[in-house]
Design a binder for this molecule. Sequence first.
Ligand code: BES
Ligand code: ZN
Ligand code: ZN
Length: 506
Amino acid sequence: MKVISSKDSVNKISQDLLVVVCSPAEIKPKGKSPKQRNQLSFDSINRAFNGSLVGRAKKVDFKAKDGQCLALDAPNRFNFAALMLHGWDLDQKSAFEVLMSYRKLGASIFEQAERRRAESVCLASANLDLDNESNLLALYEGLVLSAYEYKRYKSEKKDEYKGIQQLALGGQHGFSRKLQELGDLLCEATFVARDLVNTPPRDCTPSVLRDKCREVARQEKLKLEVLDRKALKRLAANALLAVAQGSDEPPFLLKLTYRPKKIRDKNVISLVGKGVTFDSGGLSIKSASGMETMKYDMAGAAAVIAVMSVISRLQPAMEVRAYIPTTENMISGGATRPGDVVRAMNGKSIEILNTDAEGRLILADALSLAVKEKSDYIVDLATLTGAVVVALGPEYAGLFSGQESLVSELGAAAELSGERLWRMPLANEYKEMIKSHVADIKNTGGSWGGAITAAMFLKEFVGDSKWAHLDIAGPAYAESPKGYIKKGGVGFGVRTLLRFLLNFRQ
Ligand code: BES
Ligand code: ZN
Ligand code: ZN
């Protein structure tokens, strides 16, 4: 997509779609229109339509309410084929919501452009602040992320829409090449994660994730270490092996390492992603409906791999490692039984009372390794508990951390990315709940506070490292489409992690 400045081109270049953003106040009778040189407003465009827009708006009850959209064909005499009015009202909005409005504007422009197969689009921006880079980037993300479709298994190839080829934008400085490149990489990585999550579990086994890591390593010039069953035995990754025991697919602990050409920050940041490519629950088997979407139990791994898939092109200042424990959680005569005890890599013994609480088991060994190999900061992403979805619903990920700097840096990155994080307690009082009478700890914590006891379990394996845990079970998968998020894998966490790495200040 070519983005050009529309400073003085709004009226000159012919467009397939002209988008005018208007506020509720300006479409009221005698409403005031915002003054910005060379930018179209509702008033000026209404005059061009000989005043007919007012009647049209009334007829369909278009009041320019926030996010409301009115689209119509333009008469032949205009140099644009269609007009879209987009309601805009930032009153009382938080910084998060303002950026979200830009992202949603991008999504709604894409939706209209796709419907009309528009190749050239002009955005008149009297109400927008496009001199702010975060706003621009949010708008661009909304546009680009909306174009995602997962087509791998569709037989019928639709007449494809090539997407917006040229976008004319207002603002003084326009959209710099560098900013667009950043936007493109953030979206490219998000699509990598979405594709991995959407792939059916038979075609997205641990071996497939290994192959994907090979491809990423080659492309981004990263070091890849593949720890297979034999290596895992040597390392005593017994918790991961216990989960893999019931599956015919071999498990792996994959490790990707990025080292910047010139290290500008001596910290080592390790990202850990839960990679259960299918979670049947094991012998503590899930219900049929509970199992339906369990191909997405590797969304944490997908996010981490996706981050590494663009990392050398973004060049964060520090060494970044990705640890991806991956296995299926299946059933067979050899599967782990409830009541079995294993000793994890860091020496702690675990009583496995529920084989469906497998995520914390595989993370236990991956976190232990990240600690053993000296990480300054560790951030893990996991679709870890149903309990976090009960607590926070589908929008929010639970953020667990005792490290204030990580909490604020992740929070800031998430705000810029439009991803909701909510801090949850890491309460020492709840440690009691995961005590076992036969082993050091058990892998379930009883009925209450399930997301917290799961996080407390992970804490047993992070030693003194500065650590944050993101339970993304809610937002990693969309049950229904919403603007720039399509049904299925969301790619949750990818843009937040990338911005976190790029903006990191210890
Ligand atoms: N993968 C699930 C968590 C999950 C549930 C993710 C729903 C997405 C949607 C995890 O492995 C699991 O089954 N956790 C159990 C833990 C329990 C047995 C202690 C849960 O949350 O029910
Ligand atoms: Zn499970
Ligand atoms: Zn799981």
